[in-house]
Design a protein around this ligand. Structure first.
Ligand code: HEM
Length: 446
């Protein structure tokens, strides 16, 4: 064990325990390739607060619901989002709202909130229904169907309409690649622009996206439509605050990323578990049939109870944003430990969701654990945190619920799907967690 730092003279606090790991790469490979086992080992060895070297940084892991609450609520403004996320994705998503802090963040969030109020959400959902129907049609004739690429394509097509208000046409591939590259760049091990590697591709991706949004911006300023791009151009607080052109571009790039991969991951996790649990799949199908309509409306959302339970369980089993980085802006004392200003911190929803201390049989797909009769998530307000918490809590969580329900509803009405007996989905956790094999399923029309 190596102490993280020396203590201030006369301090009654303890130094954070931990160890660096291997020379140069530290614990990066374990952190990326087997995050839950790695965190469990650290937790069992050192407790909820420990340090290790990952991605070239000395990072303090603060594990478990209490630590989540302390860091995410951030009551005394001890933790900077900007300084945490900037190291990983700042080059690709700079000035995205998640990378802003404190007063400046609040200023942007108040404007952005208008793009996510109930009436605006209603408008987005109305746009989605017909696009989903069109997007699902070719699935039936796809040979060797894989859920991940199909869902990714569908959510991207939806985003281009709901977010931007038009079809991308021939530009679709370039924009899709640009997104994939910018997202993957965040977890590059070689953090320098070496041609062909993640970092460089991420920079190129950002440039493609910036040019695209800047070119389209004057049209959006001039018209007033119901898509998100247009809403952001016109959003105005009561005090008259509005986004500049640069703000709109930075927020659009961030929002497309924040919405796209997270929703795709949630849907593929649902696809997997519903394939393995045909009783649940059928229960949800019957619930959808009972609605008696092809496309759901906003007021139907609450009645799709089965999907609500399954979605919560999918988000528990595979948190699309597995860990949240922060950096201390002042010295912090937590649980008797001294954490100096300038320390990288990591809170880990992914690990929290597998802690058997809070979740009975954490590996098991058991949506009923969220039912009113059981409410296992109530064991601690920060035990189930797929959307984070505090000032930076996901602004798109209702959007995500709406989109997942709208898609799954139509999939259930049109298809049934399964996987071979004994199939276990391999997860690639080197960036955001996705099925490593694309999740091949056998799809049939119902
Ligand atoms: C299942 C889907 C989603 C999950 C699991 C998810 C998860 C998260 C998490 C964990 C955070 C907090 C990050 C932090 O504290 O550092 C966050 C923030 C954010 N999310 Fe989501 N998200 C999802 C969908 C969406 C969608 C659909 C949108 C937009 C349409 C969106 C937009 C945002 C934005 C803008 C932030 C930053 C908020 C702020 O800093 O004030 N997310 N999300």
């Amino acid at each position: 064990m190596q102490p993280f730092c020396s203590l201030p003279a006369g301090s009654a606090l303890k130094p954070v325990p931990g160890d660096r790991g291997l020379p140069v790469i530290g614990h990066t490979l374990s952190f990326m390739n087997r995050p839950i086992d790695f965190m469990r080992e650290r937790y069992d060895k050192y407790g909820p607060v420990s340090w290790s070297s990952v991605f070239g940084l000395h990072m303090v892991q603060m594990l478990g619901p209490d630590a989540n609450q302390f860091v995410m609520l951030n009551r005394d403004e001890l933790f900077s989002n900007h300084q945490g996320w900037d190291y990983f994705i700042g080059k690709f998503f700079h000035r995205g709202i998640m990378l802003l802090d404190f007063d400046e963040h609040r200023w942007h969030r108040r404007i952005m909130q208008q793009a996510f109020n109930r009436d605006v959400l209603r408008g987005y959902l109305a746009r989605m229904g017909p696009h989903i129907a069109t997007g699902l049609r070719p699935w039936a004739s796809t040979r060797r169907f894989k859920a991940l690429p199909a869902l990714k394509q569908l959510t991207l097509d939806l985003a281009t309409d709901v977010f931007m208000g038009y079809e991308l046409g021939t530009q679709a591939d370039a924009i899709n690649h640009a997104f994939v590259d910018t997202v993957r760049a965040g977890t590059a091990i070689i953090r320098a622009p070496v041609p062909g590697l993640r970092w460089k591709k991420g920079l190129q991706g950002r440039k493609v996206l910036e040019d695209f949004f800047r070119k389209e911006l004057p049209n959006k300023r001039a018209s007033q439509e119901s898509d998100l791009f247009s809403v952001l151009c016109h959003a105005r607080t009561e005090e008259g605050h509005q986004f500049s052109d640069d703000d709109v571009i930075n927020h659009m790039i961030f929002l497309m990323m924040a919405a796209h991969d997270t929703t795709t991951i949630t849907l593929s996790t649902l696809f997997y578990h519903l394939a393995k649990n045909p009783d649940w799949q059928q229960r949800l199908r019957e619930e959808s049939r009972a609605l008696g309509k092809d496309c759901i409306d906003y007021d139907d959302l609450a009645s799709l109870e089965g999907i609500t339970l399954c979605m919560k369980e999918a988000l528990r089993l595979c948190a699309p944003v597995p860990s949240l980085p922060r950096r201390t802006v002042r010295d912090v004392s937590y649980n008797g430990y001294f954490i100096p200003a300038g320390t990288f911190i990591n809170v880990v929803p992914y690990f929290t969701h597998y802690m058997e201390e809070y979740w009975p049989e954490p590996e098991r797909f058991d949506p009923e654990r969220f039912s009113e009769a059981r409410r296992e998530d109530k064991v601690h307000p920060y035990a189930w945190v797929p959307f984070g918490g505090g000032a930076h809590k996901c602004i798109g969580l209702h959007f995500a619920e709406m989109q997942v329900k709208a898609i799954l509803h139509q999939v259930l009405l049109n298809y049934r799907w399964d996987v071979p007996q004994g199939y276990e989905m391999p997860l690639d956790t080197t960036s955001l967690p996705v099925p490593a094999d694309g999740l091949p399923v056998r799809l049939r029309r119902v």
